[in-house]
Structures are given as C-alpha cells and as structure tokens.
Design a protein around this ligand. Structure first.
Ligand code: SF4
Ligand code: SF4
Length: 425
C-alpha cells in the first residue's frame, strides 16, 4: 500500500479517495448539443436528450447484449436464482453459516422492523441512463412505472402513518415517471422531508426544463449520484457525456440555492466505488469532493453519502464475468461490522415497488424478496402471498415484523456500513 501521500491508510480493500482523483481533469466541454462555453447561461433547450446516446452505448456494449440475450432466453426469475446460488456458493466456500447467524454471533440487536420512518417508493425502472453498476438494471428500455391508483394508495398510507418523516422517491429516473410530481405535491402538504434520488442528467432531458424550479418550489431534498469528481471515472461507470451533464445539473441547482446554508434546499451527493472495493471513509471523501467540485466548477453541496456496491444484478454480473465474486464476498466478510448492522436501513424503512409490492429495501425489491408478515420465517410454505400497499391497513402493521435478509446483505454491513443515507455507524 502506498504511504507516500501522507494520507491515512485506508482499511484493507477500501478505495482510496486518490483513486477517484485525476489531477488536472477539468470539465472540458459543455454537454453534447450545447454551443456555448461552460460558464455561459445555456439552458436545457440547447441540449439534446441523453437517451439516444445511452441506447447506442447499450447496443455497442457486449456485456449488456449478452445479459439481454440471457434475459430473453431464460427470464428474470431464473437469472436472479442463479445469481443467488453463485453468491451462496462463495459464502459456503468461505464457511459462512448465514447472514442471520453472523449478526446474532456479533451480538447485534434482533433484526426486526421498528416503526417506519422512511417510506421509500421505487416508482419505475425507466431511466435515461444505463449505468454499469445499476442495482435495479434501469435503462431507457425499461417500461415498468407506478400507476395513479398505486400512487394514491401510497399517499393514503403516508397520511395515516405518524411515524414516517421522509418520503424517499427513487427509480429509475423517478422524475420521468408520470406520478412523480403528483407524489411530491401531495407529500409537500404534509411537511415531511421529500427526497428525490436524482441522476442529475435528467435535469437536461427535453420536457424537464422546469424541473429544478419545481424541486426548489416544493423544497425537495435532492440526493444525486456522482460516483467521482473526475470526468473519466464518472463516464466509465455511468456513460459517455454523463459527467458534463451532471456538472451542469449541479450548477443549475446551486443557482436556485441548493447546497447552500440557510436556504433549506438540501443537495447531497452519493459516491459508490468504481470496482470491487469498499467505499473510503465518508468524511475524508466528502472533504475531497467539496474541494474539487468548488475549485473546478464552483459547485457547493451539503453532504456526501458513501455506499458500497451490492453484489447483485449488474454489479454481480460484472464480478462474475471477471471471476471476482469470491474475492468480493471475502472482502465483505472480512470487513463485517456488527456496529454497522445496528444501523441497517431496513429496520425503519418501508420500500414499495412500482406495482405496489412491499419490501424491506430496494435491494430486496430487485431480488424479489418480499417483506414478511408477523410470524413468517421466510420459507415458501408460510407465505400468504405478497404484502402490498393494497392488503395492509396501515404501515404500522409492519412494525415488529421480521426482516427478510439473505446472502447479499453483507454489502450493508461491511466497513462503516452502507445505506441510502450513506454510512450506518
Ligand atoms: S444507477 Fe440510477 S441513473 Fe444509473 S441506470 Fe440505474 S437508476 Fe439510472
Ligand atoms: S440488503 Fe436490505 S434487507 Fe439486507 S441488510 Fe441491507 S437493507 Fe437490510
């Protein structure tokens, strides 16, 4: 390990913030389609949609094409089953009993639901991007979207639950879903925190010209993905041209007061490693991000959330193709942290899919591991069918129930822990 930088050594397998740094890299050009310079006041009307570029990238990416072909041939359920078996084989080789046992042996508080604080809605999988590590496998080709009926039921549940303090809206690119603005307007009247998990490039999509102002008007808390402050690393993970557009999006939000003290307009960024390593310490990386983004682009933001990559879906494919799944599972186990398990987001989050099914988290949603009722233990025999927003009377009904953990959960308990709000310790 290099020690010549004078920076503290990171724990084993943790990405150094320096890996994210490419000295001298600056925003070289404005977004595609824009004819003016970086500091110019160009607007979304000058910029073309990212979607044709994303589709072209997908068509030229051999890994995408192979996965799409297998999906057509074998179906999503079969691929998810196979992926789970591969993770399990890795853990068996490592002699790990189960996630539950590890948690129990670590002296962690029993994994049960507390009263819900965060109501997280994944309102659709359609996205203008198709990132390499996307755990929901979103792209412009996905068509799943929440209906008005389901959105209405979610609002009813939200209104009747007095413990929830946050509506967390995710996707796909949630803003491209027809129910997004309706949900925001309804929730804004309740005076709770509304999170928009924004990919930033959506702010430049045609038809979204008024989106930044809409978000500001409703005091929506923007949590935006920016896995590095270097153009090269961001584009590698999220697609060509994404970095420039993300910078433009951040500048547009800053102009409205986002990320600045005293405005009440919160702008947080999300980092995830570019490969099979753990996130570096959040505070260290946040300081580096703040400095780099201010120096290079005049950008301000509030907090940085560091997330580990979950060994599921596109990232699992990435690991399997490179023969690195065992190594990554070993890394997660070596860094298993009981303290991180105390703060697991599934303890106080209720997650809902676009079709109204309820899950313990967005990862479980993508693996189709539904939330359990009281008394269930997760086996197929005791399931009375999926728990949905339509067959519960209140979110309170879920309190005290079991959490459906499985072999991917080690991604949440490694190092300082990982959740939609960043570290958990
Ligand atoms: S990671 Fe986010 S922006 Fe990227 S494809 Fe998935 S949903 Fe879209
Ligand atoms: S993957 Fe979901 S259920 Fe598993 S520990 Fe993480 S948040 Fe909890």
């Amino acid at each position: 390990m290099h020690t010549t930088t004078g920076r503290p050594l990171a724990p084993r397998g943790v990405t150094s913030p320096l890996n994210c740094r490419l000295p001298g890299v600056r925003l070289r050009c404005p977004p595609r389609g824009c004819t003016t310079g970086r500091q110019a006041t160009f607007g979304p009307a000058d910029v073309e949609s990212l979607i044709p570029d994303t589709l072209e990238d997908m068509a030229q990416d051999a890994e995408f094409q192979r996965t799409a072909e297998r999906l057509r041939r074998e179906g999503q359920a079969a691929l998810t089953r196979e992926e789970r078996m591969k993770r399990q084989r890795s853990l068996d080789n490592l002699g790990v009993p189960s996630f539950y046992k590890m948690v129990q042996d670590g002296g962690v508080t029993t994994l049960k639901r507390s009263p819900a604080k965060i109501f997280q809605l994944n309102i659709g999988l359609y996205c203008n991007q198709a990132c390499t590590h996307c755990h929901v496998e979103s792209s412009p080709k996905r068509t799943e979207m929440m209906s008005k009926e389901t959105a209405d039921r979610c609002i009813e549940l939200l209104k009747s639950c007095h413990t929830v303090n946050t509506l967390d809206i995710t996707g796909g690119a949630p803003e491209l879903n027809s129910q997004f603005r309706y949900l925001v307007k309804e929730a804004a009247e309740l005076g709770i925190d509304i999170i928009d998990r924004c990919n930033l490039t959506v702010l430049l999509e045609p038809g979204q010209e008024d989106l930044p102002q809409f978000l500001a008007d409703h005091k929506v808390h923007v949590v935006a993905s920016l896995p590095c402050y270097s153009e090269k690393n961001v584009n590698k993970q999220r697609g060509a041209g994404v970095f420039e557009r993300s910078i433009w999006g951040l500048q547009a939000l800053n102009r409205l007061g986002y990320g600045q003290e005293g405005t009440g307009l919160n702008l947080d960024l999300v980092y995830n490693p570019g490969g099979p390593s753990l996130a570096p310490p959040q505070a260290t990386l946040e300081a580096a991000y703040k400095q780099e983004l201010m120096d290079a682009h005049g950008i301000e933001f509030n907090r940085l959330f560091c997330l580990n990559n979950m060994p599921i879906k596109r990232f699992a494919d990435f690991l399997i193709r490179r023969g690195k799944l065992d190594e990554y599972m070993q890394l997660l186990l070596d860094n298993f942290n009981p303290a991180a398990a105390e703060g697991l987001m599934c303890r106080d989050t209720v997650n809902v899919g676009w079709d109204g099914r309820i899950y313990d988290c967005d990862f479980n949603q993508q693996l189709e591991i539904g939330a359990m009722r009281h008394g269930e233990n997760g086996s197929k025999n005791d399931s009375k069918g999926p728990v949905t927003v339509f067959n519960i009377t209140s979110l309170d009904e879920l309190t005290g129930g079991p959490i459906a953990c499985d072999n991917h959960c080690f991604g949440c308990t490694a190092g300082a822990g990982s959740s939609c709000q960043g570290e958990t310790v």
